[in-house]
Design a protein around this ligand. Structure first.
Ligand SMILES: [Zn+2]
Length: 611
């Protein structure tokens, strides 16, 4: 299995079964044959065929990513289609078995994994699978063709995204925002509504109330309980978000004047340096307190001063994990990984971590440069590899993170640990150059602009979809509901009037791409929870954001306990193994940013915060 550093489109398991699966084809059981023993045998066959197929598919994908070309495209998409179709067939068969009495824990759990492993399910009605597949593919290509304009000049999505990050002219920003949302989102509206109808019918056939309920069923609790947990977490973080919002609004108002950005009410969506207002780091320069942004060193400079090569950087990342007592990476990792961009061919540079054989054939694929960001990315990617290796004794259907948020959270939690203290411990930074406490505000504010600002956005992307799938949001109010959610949770308002001719949700990749978003929300919360647990275990006494647990074997032992469970147990069991608690909580994230929150409250004194 592969974990990409950012989002990659999930395979849509929706096509009709036209190609025989790689291993023996399962035939659907008649009602009388649906016994616990038959279910166990079905699971055994499924794990074997999925495992066999994944060995070939991973290799095809690896070749496709490291030797880009028409031939490798064809081979990769051949195996992709095969895997998709096999997944659909297994989900449908699993649904037939999952309700029978007398199933043992593992069989039931694995049937559920197969049953809710699809993102969109087509019903068995003649022609539905083909129609759903066509719409889903078309929505994705609509997004890929999306474009915007700046001073009347046409821009691709990438260029528009970059421009909104650096442009500081409110009229131009409004043009970028409006043209992107209208050109990209509007044409999708009718197709999206039709897709919802078909996918809901498919989810019902698999035994779920609707597609949103199917997505939420992957979390070891009833869908409603998951929604409640999600709401609670956002509530915990809201006081911090409100202070950040208040401070940023003041700074934007100072910069642009109150006619553009009033000092009260919501923030204009296009002024935050991001097309969706989801992460605000691009406007850090607008809000930074004078002098506080300077930390006195750059990790890239430190690496270059010590003559680090890209391979040295990966070795340093590995040492983080071995310092915790985890085993060294296998020799094949160094032989087979792609650590730098090859000179002779096109490759996909986007960083990712791979587990080719579900055992020891771990690899990363990066075009590493000796710069600070890549040093962080290496620690993150190796987190995926160490997770993959820790659970490699599990059966195939448990070769995964404890829930959708865990895998990304592990990489990010280790990346949080690249503190000045850690850099001292590994000999990159002189202790005399560790930034003084008065630099913390700038460092924390810069992080919060991305990590804290993201939370209400991450929350509402699926909140909107859950409403669409359960019918509480209808095509008649698709756009207004989106605008309302953004205003309610993010305190953000569009720069220009919207109507139901618009389809602003479609202008966000994950909506037409049908990629669920709750995993990003949970990963952000969990990474701070893991970090706090590790710092507590190592006896760290200072402010949480300065902690390093480098070299602590107890952290490694407990981490391995959690990682080696894979997805074999309900995720609260895994969380407990490392953190001692079964509750996912926003409190460690609040503790991490506590010095910033106190500072923000001071800055916001006398202001009417909220919107
Ligand atoms: Zn990742």
């Amino acid at each position: 299995m592969r974990f990409s550093r950012s989002v990659s489109a999930l395979a849509l398991a929706i096509a009709a079964c036209t190609i025989a699966p790689a291993a023996e084809a399962a035939t659907q059981p008649a009602a009388a044959e649906r016994t616990p023993e038959a279910a166990r045998q079905f699971i055994a066959r499924a794990e074997k065929s999925l495992g066999d197929l994944s060995l070939l598919q991973s290799r095809a994908d690896w070749i496709n990513a490291t030797y880009v070309g028409d031939d490798s495209d064809v081979v990769a998409s051949y195996f992709g289609t095969l895997a998709t179709e096999h997944g659909v067939q297994l989900a449908k068969e699993a649904a037939l078995y999952s309700g029978i009495p007398g199933l043992d824990f593992d069989t039931k759990r694995k049937l559920d994994t197969l049953r809710n492993g699809l993102t969109l399910a087509a019903p068995s009605t003649e022609g539905s699978a083909a129609e759903l597949s066509k719409i889903a593919t078309h929505l994705q290509s609509e997004y890929a063709r999306g474009h915007a304009s700046l001073n009347g000049k046409d821009l691709t999505g990438d260029d528009a995204e970059a421009a909104i990050g650096t442009d500081r002219n409110p009229a131009e920003l409004a043009e970028l925002w409006r043209t992107w949302h209208e050109n990209t989102g509007r044409p999708m509206r009718a197709e999206y509504a039709r897709m919802v109808e078909i996918a809901n019918a498919g989810a019902k056939e698999l035994g779920y109330a609707d597609t949103g309920a199917m997505w939420r069923s992957a979390y070891d609790m009833p869908p409603d309980q998951f929604s409640a947990m999600y709401e609670r977490l956002l509530g915990e973080l809201n006081p911090l978000y409100t202070q950040l919002h208040c401070y940023v609004r003041t700074k934007l108002s100072q910069k642009y004047g109150s006619a553009v950005q009033p000092d009260t009410g919501p923030i204009r969506a296009d002024l935050l340096g991001n097309m969706w207002g989801q992460e605000w780091g691009n406007v850090y320069d607008v809000v930074a307190p004078p002098g506080a942004g300077e930390i006195g060193y750059d990790v890239g400079d430190l690496l270059r001063a010590k003559n680090y090569t890209p391979v040295d950087m990966v070795k340093a990342g590995e040492r983080f994990y071995t310092s915790l007592g985890l085993p060294a990476l296998p020799e094949t990792f160094w032989q087979r990984s792609m650590i730098t961009r090859p000179r002779d061919r096109d490759v996909v540079c986007h960083a990712s971590a791979w587990d080719i054989d579900n055992k020891e054939d771990l690899r990363i694929k990066m075009c590493t440069k000796v710069v600070a960001d890549d040093f962080v990315t290496i620690h993150h990617e190796l987190g995926h590899n160490y997770y993959q290796r820790a659970y490699n004794q599990q059966p195939y259907l448990y070769l995964n993170g404890a829930n959708g948020g865990f895998h990304e959270a592990i990489g990010d939690f280790i990346a949080l640990s690249i503190t000045p203290e850690y850099l001292v411990q590994i000999g990159l930074l002189d202790r005399a150059k560790v930034p003084s406490a008065d630099k913390d505000t700038g460092l924390l504010l810069r992080q919060a602009m991305d990590k804290v600002a993201f939370m209400p956005f991450a929350y509402l992307v699926d909140k909107w979809r859950w409403g669409v799938f359960d019918g509480s949001i209808t095509p008649a109010n698709y756009n207004q509901a989106w605008v309302d959610l953004k205003r309610k949770y993010q305190g953000i308002t569009p720069p220009v009037a919207r109507s139901e001719a618009d389809f602003d949700p479609g202008a966000k990749f994950h909506i037409p791409g049908n990629t669920t978003y709750e995993r990003y929300f949970l990963a952000r919360v969990l990474q701070f929870q893991f970090y706090k647990a590790a710092c507590d275990m190592s006896g760290w006494k200072g402010p949480l954001h300065r902690c390093s647990f480098y070299g602590n074997k107890e952290v490694g032992r407990r981490l391995n306990q959690m990682l080696s469970m894979g997805s074999s147990r309900p995720w609260p069991d895994a969380l407990q193994a490392f953190t001692g608690t079964r509750e996912i909580s926003g409190k460690p994230m609040l503790e991490y940013f506590a010095p910033l929150q106190a500072w923000l409250q001071q800055q916001n004194r006398g202001k009417r915060c909220g919107w």
